[in-house]
Design a protein around this ligand. Structure first.
Ligand SMILES: Cc1ncc(COP(=O)(O)O)c(C=O)c1O
Length: 385
């Protein structure tokens, strides 16, 4: 099996696993980080060390990092929390049609409760332009929620450029940075983003743990979505999962150390794959390589049916779109928003490379895709006529 689905999830780094294990151990690791005794304090120190590691990856202060169960929860907390704090009545929210489902469905939920939502459509290169966003902002706009990197196409939104304009207008900016962290430099010290979502399992950490950056100055205020013991500054109650948190901290520290080498390695592999596959007639690259994160290549293949192609490529771990929404088996809403018709959107594959992908993996995967697209086209009465 050749694993080319790193945008869906990444394998746990062995160093991350090593860092986590003591915290699953009965002898040292079981204290509740909220307990005021030696075992609890030891766990608390580990949690705080990890918080500093996550903060360092994105140029934040440790006190600005709130632990969650993953980016789905971070996105829910950021968007519902900001709107609920402000009050739904008369409030306006700006987002886009190419967000992850955890943003789209959260905004739809608010829309059904009276919040007015503007749904931006991407430009031809797959990104949401600054001018588009600013044109949508109104006096009653509370929040703009946009992803940094799209998980299907890899398109990079111009967040650095956008953020200062929104700060000037007093509008909160939430950024889903799940696919950007560890792939692009992020510095919240110099980029005025108010809320930023992260997930550990996209950067070689464990599943089930994420974080939300919540800016302290100026303070972004959120209504909590999970009530309980008042953990995480009252924003997210629940006993902290020490081993998961330590894993996320370690994964972020590794990502920070390796960013300068990982990003060019991933980009080189992605380009190698494109060069191998572009020799096929009727293959289209979705998104613009000049505005694209290094790990994702999304292609549409004319004259084949996407599901049949994936079924024939059972030895490759690849995705027909977002793993999180592929349960519905509809052609990708992101590719349709980019202007691809249903047929081409349905005949698309997302390849996403990772730290452990090799050049040989790429050559083998490309050969398999060339063979199977050719075989399916040979069977198709419509191809070549
Ligand atoms: C852009 C984006 N946002 C959010 C998520 C959800 O993250 P999690 O799996 O941590 O809930 C994903 C995962 O697929 C994603 O790619």
């Amino acid at each position: 099996m050749i694993y080319l689905d790193h945008a869906a999830t990444t394998p746990l780094d062995p160093q991350v696993r090593e860092a986590m294990l003591p915290w699953l151990d009965d002898a040292v690791g079981y204290g509740n980080p909220a307990s005021d005794h030696a075992l609890g304090r030891r766990a608390w120190a580990a949690v705080e060390h990890a918080r500093a590691q996550v903060a360092a990856l994105v140029g934040a202060m440790p006190a600005e990092i709130i632990w969650t169960s993953g980016a789905t929860e971070s996105n829910n907390l950021a968007i519902k929390g900001a709107l609920e704090f402000r009050g739904h009545a008369g409030a306006h929210l700006v987002t886009s049609r190419i967000e992850h489902k955890s943003v789209v469905d959260t905004c739809r939920h608010l829309e059904a409760r009276g919040v007015r939502v503007t749904w931006l459509v991407p430009e031809a290169n797959g990104t949401i332009g600054v001018e588009q966003v600013l044109a949508a902002v109104r006096p009653e706009t509370v929040l703009v929620s946009l992803m940094w990197v799209n998980n299907e196409t890899g398109a990079i939104n111009p967040i650095h450029e956008l953020a200062p304009h929104l700060r000037e207008r007093g509008v909160l900016l939430h950024v889903d940075a799940v696919q950007a962290a560890g792939k692009l430099p992020i510095d919240l010290d110099t980029t005025p983003i108010d809320l930023l979502s992260l997930s550990a399992h996209k950067l070689h950490g464990p599943k089930g743990i994420g974080a939300l950056f919540v800016r302290k100055r100026p303070r972004a205020r959120l209504a909590p979505q999970i009530h309980g013991g008042g953990h995480e500054q009252g924003m997210r109650s629940g006993t902290l999962a020490t081993h998961q948190i330590v894993g996320m901290g370690c994964a972020c520290a590794l990502a920070a150390q390796r960013l300068a080498t990982d990003a060019p390695h991933l980009a080189a592999l992605r380009e190698q794959l494109w060069q191998r596959l572009r020799v096929l007639p009727g293959v289209y690259r979705n998104g613009d390589p000049a505005h694209s994160a290094p790990h994702i290549l999304n292609l549409s293949f004319e004259g084949v049916e996407g599901e049949s192609l994936r079924a024939r490529l059972g030895d490759l771990a690849i995705s027909s779109g977002s793993a999180c929404s592929s349960a519905t088996r509809e052609p990708s809403y992101v590719l349709r928003a980019l202007g691809r018709d249903d047929e081409l959107a349905g005949a698309s594959l997302r390849f996403s490379v990772g730290r452990t992908t090799t050049s040989e993996d790429i050559d083998r995967a490309a050969a398999r895709v060339l063979a199977e697209v050719g075989a399916l086209r040979a069977l198709s009465p419509r191809w070549g006529t």
